[in-house]
Ligand binder design. Structure first.
Ligand code: AMP
Ligand code: MG
Length: 388
């Protein structure tokens, strides 16, 4: 048995090697960059107008109108002192434009432009290199590509990016009692649901599983299923069969498949019988079968490893401290990740903390950490991992 901190450290201390691949810009969201990105040119590349209006030469309230320049026009216009041209947002500003006046503050009569107010030097002109200079580092290796990053990369003309590959993930569910949703179910059977939570949580964080297999509680079948799953993944996530019951064959099957145990059992609620192991560069998590246990263990332990294997610098759910709405005492006998709801800056510990109870987790949006025996008064701060 290890503590939560020990388990997290063991996961974090695993030596890993990263792979990279070229991803089309369209598919690069959520990947970490495998190389530094250097700006190939200034952004913007030329002075341009921030407004629909008039580009002006000199500072006056009256100008001679001499033409027009639209976004995408490449013609070079040279303004003389006292001249103005009609200009549109994003259009290249004439070489010697002093300012751009927005059209709402102008009027035109017979080729003469009148301004409602005096212009200021540089007003409404977006300067060449205002965001980035050619040769400058745009992003360092490891930068996590979010939507604005993709916009910036696109504006640099990059159609594909060298990114850290994400791990290939396989899922195994175990249990004689399990039947797939949509199928007829006999007395004593239940519908398999953990794989949907795991698959959903994977998708929530930009991952997808490669293969999902359902295995009966049978030693040979479990051994064979694990062997097969390990042929095509970097990370294997198993649900159920890892407790101490007579039908729990996962641990022994992992051993027989050459997987080395890194920890088994964590002093926590829910999710005590959590297993983590490694076979060369492959990692295995065996999550306890109770629905709330398996999903909690996914968020707390599996997610950080998946993110590290994807080259992320910051891993795991973000933890925030929120004042608790009501007094609470942790009488569960173990440090606990409690199903909770964070709203209006306060956290409420929800009813239905049983390991099998997924409804409270579904209605809440956080896992609140409360230590064994800890007594909280209203307003005391609680560490919360936001899950949605
Ligand atoms: P186990 O960890 O295999 O002993 O399972 C603990 C509890 O979780 C039992 O009540 C199982 O029926 C239930 N369980 C295990 N796997 C699943 C699953 N994939 N979907 C829903 N419930 C499950
Ligand atoms: Mg079972």
């Amino acid at each position: 048995m290890v503590t939560i901190e020990e388990a997290l450290l063991i996961i974090q201390d695993q030596k890993i090697s990263l792979k990279s691949e070229l991803k089309p810009l369209e598919e690069a969201l959520g990947f970490a960059l495998a190389t530094d990105t250097i700006a190939p040119f200034d952004v913007p590349e030329f002075d341009n107008s921030a407004m629909d209006g008039y580009a002006l030469c000199g500072l006056y309230q009256e100008y001679r109108l001499v033409g027009e320049v639209a976004a995408g026009d490449s013609k070079e216009i040279e303004l003389k002192d006292g001249e103005a041209v009609r200009i549109f947002t994003g259009a290249k500003a004439p070489e010697n434009a002093t300012a751009v006046m927005m059209q709402e503050k102008t009027s035109v009569k017979e080729k003469v432009l009148f301004l409602d107010e005096m212009p200021r030097v540089g007003q409404n002109i977006r300067k060449k290199g205002g965001q980035l200079n050619e040769g400058q580092t745009v992003f360092e290796k490891g930068h996590l590509l979010n939507p604005p990053s993709l916009s910036l990369m696109g504006s640099l003309g990059l159609e594909a990016l060298e990114v850290i590959s994400k791990p290939t993930i396989n899922i195994i569910t175990t249990g004689n009692e399990l039947v797939n949703p949509g199928q007829p179910k006999a007395e004593g059977q239940i519908y398999e649901s953990n794989s949907y939570a795991i698959s959903g949580a994977l998708q929530q964080f930009g991952f997808r599983y490669h293969q999902k297999t359902q295995i009966k509680d049978d030693f040979e079948a479990t051994k064979a299923g694990i062997k097969k799953a390990l042929e095509s993944c970097d990370v294997l996530i198993i649900s159920g069969g890892i407790s101490v019951g007579d039908y729990d064959f996962v641990k022994q099957s992992l051993e027989e498949n050459g997987v080395n145990e890194l920890f088994y059992k964590v002093l926590q609620k829910p999710g005590k019988p959590l297993y983590f192991g490694r076979k060369e560069n492959q990692f295995v998590f065996a999550l306890p079968g109770n629905p709330a246990s398996s999903l909690t263990c996914f968020y707390v332990y599996v997610l950080p490893l998946l993110q590290r294997l994807s080259g992320y610098e910051k891993t795991g759910l973000t933890t925030y401290q929120f004042p608790i709405k009501h007094p609470f005492k942790n009488t569960f006998g173990r440090p606990s990740f409690l199903k909770a709801a964070v709203m209006d800056g306060k956290v409420e510990i929800l009813d239905g903390q049983g390991s099998s109870m997924i409804q409270s987790m579904a209605k809440g949006n956080a896992l609140a950490f409360v230590d064994d025996g800890e007594i909280l008064n209203e307003g005391d701060l609680v560490k919360c991992r936001l899950i949605s």
